[in-house]
Design a protein around this ligand. Structure first.
Ligand code: RUB
Length: 308
């Protein structure tokens, strides 16, 4: 898929979920490089910058997209020919996609250990990392029941219950406002992440923080399954995470409410570190206070102090 098509598919949510959009962004840069015709390095750099901006502009919240794009172009500044730049981007992007898929597999294996035989698990939205862990626990023979929220307004919960039912998991769909009602039956909450800040704050699908509050009040462990490329290096430097707001029409039909009524449709929310028991990552299970160290270790001298 070319850069324009990918950016459009990400912004209209045909491709969605933080891991998937990161892989799509990297793959689009791979295809951009593969199809590049010119040989002038200055033009290449400019065209690459435009391609990167287009991909990065497609959804603002998930840092996975930024990290996937940065990983794909790493080292390009140091090469002097288009041929070398093309081959570098192709191999970087391939490596990112492969590592990203491998990370989800590892997280599934590690995360499954947090689910015991007989557990009732609650999940929110549609996270491939969280679903991977749940399905792995089921595959290993643990008898589990899963409650999945509908996740208004896009109803990603429908995808989740389909994924789980297809894998043979005992699955119950609930509306978002039923979370508190079922919480006393839940043994562990497992969700994914769009972005994790250096301070251990989780940014994930709108409603996640309410789930975390309800879990905290009921003393239910709240576990986040996340690849480390969802950790945000720029939050080390004080950058805040932009919370995407989407169109009114996702919430109300035209004419359904008076035009004087304002509609607020934030897509993600933030859950403070104190409500999070563990981040399950491909480098192991870590406490929110350790996110900072992992960012330093993973990104090292490649840390950028802004998105530019
Ligand atoms: C999806 C969402 C998911 C995370 C993690 O939101 O909030 O929990 O992206 O998903 P949207 P994954 O549907 O708006 O993209 O674990 O698959 O990366």
């Amino acid at each position: 898929m070319n850069v324009n098509e990918t950016a459009k598919a990400i912004s209209d949510m045909s491709i969605r979920g933080a891991g998937r959009i990161a892989r799509a962004g990297a793959s689009a840069l791979h295809d951009f490089a593969s199809g590049y015709k010119g040989s002038d390095m200055n033009s290449f750099r400019k065209d690459l910058k435009d391609a990167m901006s287009m991909i990065l502009g497609s959804r603002p919240t998930a840092v996975s997209l930024w990290n996937g794009v940065q990983a794909s172009v790493r080292g390009v500044d140091e090469v002097s020919s288009v041929k070398d730049a093309v081959s570098l981007i192709r191999s970087n992007a391939d490596a990112f996609v492969k590592a990203s898929e491998k990370a989800v597999e590892t997280i599934s294996r590690i995360g499954a250990k947090r689910i015991r035989d007989g557990d009732n698990v609650l999940t929110h939205c549609n996270s491939s990392a969280a679903i991977g862990a749940i399905i792995e626990a089921h595959r290993q023979g643990r008898k589990i029941k899963v409650f999945a929220t509908e996740s208004r307004p896009w109803r990603q919960g429908i995808l989740t219950v389909n994924d789980l039912a297809r894998a043979g998991v005992d699955t119950t769909l609930i509306i978002d406002s039923a979370v508190r009602s079922v919480m006393d039956r839940i043994d562990v909450v497992m969700v994914g992440a769009d972005t994790v800040t250096a301070q251990g704050t989780l940014v994930n699908k709108i409603g996640t923080s309410q789930v975390a509050l309800a879990a905290n009040e009921a003393r239910v462990p709240f576990v986040v399954c996340t690849e480390t490329y969802k950790f945000s290096p720029m939050t080390l430097f004080g950058d805040t995470v932009t919370i995407e707001e989407r169109d009114d029409v996702e919430i109300v039909r035209p004419g359904e409410v008076p035009s004087s009524v304002r509609i607020f449709n934030p897509v993600f929310d933030t859950t403070p570190a104190k409500y999070i028991d563990a981040f399950v990552t491909e480098v192991g299970v870590i406490h929110p206070a350790s996110v900072y160290d992992v960012i330093i270790k993973q990104f090292g001298n490649k840390i950028f102090d802004s998105r530019e």
